[in-house]
Design a protein around this ligand. Structure first.
Ligand code: COA
Length: 398
């Protein structure tokens, strides 16, 4: 148990809390940095731990919406800015901040909370599970197939234009489960950092602008390798369809003096490889957890998504951190309701979160010992209910 005082951050305490966060992440907060970040670091929705009058821990969130299978977008807390001062770690400060934050989310009506984890061993204990994954691609000597969608025109924007156009082009939750809305508080920093530090290209399809890419190039020529050219890194790429995606990649592949394109954080099943003459020209160099999800209101979350066809399953969830979630749920395509029936599958909230957006297969989690199986006949049923045809993906850093 921590001796620090845990309370909401007060207006006026934002900068000291941000400096503490910077220190925990090995970053220095100068006046210039704070000028860029102040708009994205309001006191609202932020909790801090204080010891001796100084902040020694902080955890915040911003309000957004998360797309779930079936097309609904649920009120969500996007957890960000989590850090504990190095001389106060491992005393339960994060645990206390997480508990305060989850209660606050529940009170505000957030159905879910989401985050990106700096380390994978931290958040499972608080009921977060890996709900989406992403892959990193290294693209070299690639060409689009002759039968790849032609795509439309691509134009480069000035920074000022991009700050206006890109936020309007980001379609977010309308596109696929796992995506979130990007509210003003998110754009406030992204306008400086993401847009200000990248080239921005926009694709125009038959109905107007329908995709964009933010990228930067780095000259990697050296004395020994004077002809290597530059590495182009894709930071943010969203396209309404494969046509727009192919159009944007056609443009990227034609940028001169580039020897390699790196595209981290792309969705699983990214269609890029299917439109290349040589799929291996886009090598998968990494596969990682992307969005971590916490179901804050389990009954509301379960009822909000759609399920595959088949007979229902009875799942028992036990949630010591948010006890009102503890219960038995009959989950099926027609309805989800609480039940007194004997549970067929038992799981912790982090495991339910792994199933929720359709990324993980129930039978695989059961085989790994993450789901307790009371009735094995329920597993094939669960395997048809939870999965989704297009892998969920967030694609928004925060
Ligand atoms: C990660 C961090 C916030 C944890 O804060 P903390 O106050 O030390 O966490 P707690 O004391 O509440 O720890 C709770 C549990 O998580 C474990 N834990 C905490 N951080 C961990 C880490 N980085 N790796 C593995 N386990 C960790 C603790 O060992 C403890 O386990 P226990 O209950 O079995 O003893 C802190 O180490 C930190 O600020 N790290 C640098 C910044 C960072 O990574 N922020 C997260 C951004 S997503």
């Amino acid at each position: 148990m921590t001796a620090a005082e845990i309370r909401p951050l007060a207006v006026g305490e934002e900068r000291v809390a941000f400096e503490l966060l910077g220190r925990s992440l090995h970053a220095t907060v100068t006046d210039e940095v704070w000028e860029c970040r102040a708009g994205s670091f309001p006191a609202e929705r932020r909790f801090a731990a204080f010891a001796g009058g100084d902040p020694v821990g902080v955890a915040g969130s911003f309000a957004t919406r998360l797309a779930v299978p079936g097309g609904k977008a649920l009120p969500a807390a996007a957890v960000d800015g989590v850090g504990v001062r190095a001389d106060h770690t491992r005393r339960g400060i994060l645990t206390a901040l997480m508990a305060a934050q989850l209660e606050d989310c529940a009170r505000r009506g957030d159905v879910v909370a989401v985050l990106h984890a700096s380390e994978t061993t931290i958040y499972g204990r608080f009921g977060y599970g890996v709900a989406t994954r992403s892959q990193a691609l290294r693209v070299t000597r690639a060409a689009l197939r002759p039968d790849a969608p032609a795509g439309g025109a691509v134009r480069l924007l000035s920074t000022a234009e991009a700050r206006d156009v890109v936020p309007r082009l980001y379609a977010g939750p309308a596109l696929r489960p796992g995506m979130i809305e990007r509210p003003d508080v998110w754009w406030s920093y992204a306008r400086h950092r993401l847009i200000g530090e990248h080239q921005v290209a926009v694709h125009t399809g038959p109905d107007g602008d329908d995709g964009f890419v933010l990228y930067r190039t780095e000259d990697v020529r050296t004395f020994d390798h004077p002809n290597t050219g530059a590495v182009l890194t894709v930071r943010d790429l969203h396209a309404a369809d494969t046509r727009a995606l192919a159009g944007l990649w056609r443009f990227l592949l034609r940028v001169d003096l580039v020897s390699e394109i790196r595209a981290p954080g792309r969705p699983l099943g990214d269609p890029l490889r299917t439109v290349l003459t040589d799929p291996r020209a886009a090598a998968v160099t990494g596969l990682d957890d992307e969005l971590w999800l916490r179901l804050v209101d389990v009954p509301a979350a379960l009822a909000a998504r759609t399920y595959g066809p088949g007979e229902p399953v009875v799942v028992e969830v036990s949630d010591p951190l948010l006890p009102s979630n503890t219960g038995r749920y009959r989950i099926g395509p027609e309805e989800v309701r609480t039940t007194a029936a004997e549970p067929e599958l038992r799981m912790a909230p982090d495991v339910l979160a792994m199933l929720y957006l359709g990324d993980a297969l129930p039978s695989a989690l059961a085989a790994a010992g993450r789901i307790e199986v009371a009735d094995a006949a329920a597993l094939p049923r669960a395997d048809t209910l939870f999965p989704v045809p297009v892998p969920p993906w967030c694609g928004t850093p925060f």
